[in-house]
Design a protein around this ligand. Structure first.
Ligand code: NAD
Length: 483
């Protein structure tokens, strides 16, 4: 199986390569086969990308918003027309099953292009009356934005970052994760086909060092990172040197709280979605499942029953529900957490091994009797490993749920809606669900608090993060100077 792109990078409207850059091997996680070989961007490629973005941005920002929007809408249509092929490539790049990539990855990216295309022409300034004088405001583009992606939703991340950036008149240089570099190149091609002028969306490949060169370049006005907390801390600090805007979409250890009165089937289904979708490689996963003691036995029994039906296997078979993890590194990390949880005294309810496929696969795994101090309850695993913790009452569970450095997401299942709203109000998390989990429509702002991040993607909130306000005071009479 080969998925070799025409070249490693996409700069100024065309594929380019520089074989002097270190090699990046792209692995299909289901088989371990090398499906493409790319090169990291050299300083010359990075320079070309930033220079072309800088050149193209001013004219782009000067267009009527409806003219920019039309191009984004066309790109969304192309994505939808090609969804089957794009989903297949996403599956090869990430190992996620087609059953997911067909409905979740590029379709959600296309939603973002449509949404921000619709939103951009509605953005206006204000007029602020001051008696004789007045102020008006202009919402301006920031300039050249850098997007840096993680490997779990590579194409969705490229769309979620570039759509608001471009709609509001910015240019973007995007660096995908070195683990999953293929989807962003497709997006760059699609934008050009849709009529986007060259230079406005450039893709450069590379590891952290390439990301670091982009973040500190004086031409860059904003950095949007999706990644882990340690990377976020480094990138935020580097961006601060140039007083750059940032959006940080980082990791989590989110609580999913299930009260005794919740619908058992819905709560079990949500807990599974919150831990096993994309083989658990989802930042907002509800990986600390707090279950009230009255429902615990029934919850665990039903969970084990349903988890046993998950179909693991060939991601290209549409019947497959769970694929492998993305890399050997990730598999080893996840298996080490499983072993650590056993050693710390958590009770293995199901899974814990690799299943018949071995390789990079890890079975859907559930631990019960997890306590707050265990490593499994404190650190982000990023694999199909659910930790179930018991609780007695509401105030106790809220305090325990908040006792973490993270604050990306949270969920509550209960039939008592008054309680649901009260609990959500008390939880320290940026993205919350009541009787649902992990639904992230583009209309809804997405992001975290505390160590999980800064800023929001999607929704009207994203406008704040890809534009800035200019205030213009207009004097309508003589200047009143005291000298
Ligand atoms: P990572 O932090 O290892 O890497 C993220 C990106 O940053 C990669 O492209 C990497 O090359 C780049 N990078 C690394 N060091 C850098 C540096 N010093 N300067 C600039 N760029 C640098 O994360 P990952 O392993 O790719 O992804 C998994 C993590 O991402 C998890 O913690 C997960 O929770 C998080 N994540 C968050 C969200 C969200 O929206 N909040 C979404 C998906 C994933």
């Amino acid at each position: 199986m080969i998925a070799q792109p025409k070249a490693s990078h996409f700069v100024d409207g065309a594929y380019v390569d520089d074989t002097a850059g270190a090699v990046i091997e792209v692995i299909y996680p289901a088989t371990g086969a090398v499906i493409a070989r790319l090169h990291e961007a050299t300083p010359a490629v990075i320079e070309a990308a930033l220079a072309s973005a800088t050149r193209a941005q001013t004219a782009w920002a000067a267009l009527r918003p409806v003219d920019r929007a039309r191009i984004l809408r066309r790109a969304a249509d192309i994505i939808r027309d090609r969804n089957a092929d794009l989903a297949r490539l996403e599956t090869l790049d990430t190992g996620k099953p087609l059953q997911e990539t067909l409905v979740a990855d590029w379709p959600s990216g296309a939603d973002a292009l449509e949404y921000f295309a619709g939103l951009a022409p509605t953005i206006t300034g204000q007029t602020i009356p001051l008696g004789r004088d007045f102020v008006y405001t202009i919402r301006e583009a920031l300039g050249v934005c850098v997007g840096i992606g993680a490997w779990n939703y590579p194409s969705q991340i490229a769309c979620w970052k570039s759509a608001p950036a471009l709609a509001l008149g910015n240019a973007m240089v995007f660096k995908p994760s070195e683990v999953t570099p293929l989807g962003a190149l497709q997006l760059a091609e699609i934008y050009i086909e849709a009529g986007l002028p060259a230079g406005l969306f450039n893709v450069v490949q590379g590891r952290g060092g390439v990301g670091g060169s982009l973040v500190t370049d004086p031409r860059v006005a904003k950095v949007s990172l999706t990644g882990s907390v340690p990377t976020g801390q480094k990138v935020y600090a580097a961006a601060a040197g140039g007083m750059r805007h940032v959006t940080m979409e980082l990791g989590g250890k989110s609580p999913l709280i299930i009260f005794d009165d919740a619908s058992l089937e819905d709560a079990v289904g949500a807990a599974m979605l919150a831990n096993f979708y994309s083989a658990g490689q989802v930042c907002s996963n509800g990986t600390r499942v707090f279950v009230q003691k009255g429902i615990k036995a029934r919850f665990l029994a039903r969970l084990a029953e349903r988890a046993a039906t998950i179909v693991m296997g060939d991601p290209l078979d549409e019947a497959t529900q769970m694929g492998p993890l993305v890399s050997e590194l990730q598999r080893d990390k996840v298996l080490a957490y499983v072993q650590g949880a056993v050693a710390e005294g958590a009770r293995l309810v199901c899974g814990g091994g690799q299943g018949a496929q071995a390789g990079l696969f890890v079975e859907p795994t559930v631990f019960a009797d997890v306590t707050d101090g265990m490593t499994l309850a404190r650190e982000e695993v990023f694999g199909p490993v659910m930790a179930v913790l018991d609780f007695d009452d509401e105030s106790e569970v809220v305090a325990r749920a908040n006792d973490t450095q993270f604050g990306l997401a949270a969920g509550v299942f209960t039939a008592d809606l008054t309680r649901a709203h009260r609990v959500i109000a008390a939880l320290q998390a940026g993205t919350c669900w009541i009787n649902a989990y992990n639904l992230t429509p583009v209309e809804s702002p997405f992001g975290g608090v505390k160590a999980s991040g800064v800023g929001r993607e999607n929704g009207h909130a994203a406008v704040e993060h890809y534009s800035q306000i200019k205030s213009v005071y207009v004097g309508m009479g003589p200047v009143d100077a005291p000298y």
